[in-house]
Design a protein around this ligand. Sequence first.
Ligand code: ADP
Length: 252
Amino acid sequence: FRRIELDPKSKDELVEMGAAFNDMITLLERNYEKQEQFVSNASHELKTPITIIESYASLLKRRGLDRPELFHESVEAIHSEAVRMKELTEQLLLLARNRDEWQVKMEDVDLVELCEASAGAFRSAYHREVQVRSDQGAVYGWTDRQRLRQLLFIFLDNARKYSEEAVTVDIQTAGGQASIRITDRGIGIPKEELPYVFDRFYRVDEARSRKGGAGLGLSLAKDIAEAIEAELELDSLPGVGTTAVIRLKLAE
Ligand code: ADP
């Protein structure tokens, strides 16, 4: 917001100031509503894993000693819900943080090396096959290493959640740009849903939601892409699979 000097010289100027003031109030109201919605959605998303953890913990307290078969199931559930909550809070913290504090550091980054390293970390975390392909040994892009890694992880994670087979990452260059394509052969996204999947907390359907996340990954991806001057594209066909494309400027 820009502060204005309140010194109207005529009735017209006063009317103009009144209108500007009203516009500002509308904007503030809208932002406040968005904020409220965000907090309410976030609390709702956190409540589900907490409720599950609480009920399994209470089951363990009551029956854990005399029903050892319950032990394994409960500990598994508590662990996976705790992991889910940890991921969710990390996403929420990033989204809530002021963009100026993201500390973007643009530099020349070898995209092939970065994709190989991210795929390696992904393989060991999730035991899922990821193939990295490039027609060149090294492709230098102008980007922020840390943020691009985060972006790759969001798309790799979705590919893992919504498909069963190996995921591929292709690095190509064309017209002064580099592109990174993350492709899965999974359930895909219906065409009419594509415009919404980048919205905060949006999920294609509730049935997928226990397997998936809170609908925050892609909205975070959009923010990150903006911060590192990258373009995103999502192509998908239900039953065939999804390709996410990250386009970056090539290093000079
Ligand atoms: P989530 O954490 O729920 O996966 P995202 O914001 O990353 O949230 O994605 C929004 C929704 O888009 C997902 O809930 C899912 O329904 C759909 N989606 C995203 N990526 C894929 C994919 N690779 N294949 C199928 N559906 C996807």
